[in-house]
Write a protein of this length. Sequence first.
Length: 225
Amino acid sequence: MSLRVLIISFFCMAFLASCKSLKKVTSQDGSVSHAKTKRTSKNPTFINGIEVTPGSTVTSKHKTTATKQALYYEGTSAESNIEKAEWIQLKYSIIMDASVERLTNVPLLKKIEEWWGTKYCLGGNTKGCIDCSGFAQILMREVFNVELPRTAVEQYHASDKINTEDLREGDLVFFHTSGRTVSHVGVYLINNKFANASTSGGVLISDLNDPYWKSRYISAGRVLK
């Protein structure tokens, strides 16, 4: 066999071997690619196209205004005032041991809340400090549109005396805390409770049945409106 024939035979064998290897590699690549495609097809999908976005729920594949349901609500100023009124009624229903439905005079509750805790001082009439008759005067004027004289004794004489069992919201209750004459006044609320500025706790709500007040109670009065 000549040298030329040997060289041609060698190149033919090499070519055949490289083609076989190339086919094997291509086949393996195809298998890998097929396996990857198969695994990808198993990825989970959302049922019925449900999607969730912050603040809303969309139950359709098409995001339109009609299909959005807000999860967060922000009320108007008027609605906020209503919510505040409900909150203050709940707070004072606990303080006065009364049902929320009975606390219908929200302006009165707000005024008490505004002054709550203001410390006591004789002759005081400001948020810095106030006395009992000064607080009664403010409540009656700003909530009930009734003008009272300045001192507890004067308020006692300016009111018509009524029986304790006839007390209603806005009436006055009088006590003697020093001596036997009138020296303290409060504004009656409901359920034997009254708002007053006491020497020990400042502006707060007290109970007529409390032993301290019960032993010092003089009478109740009503100022004609």
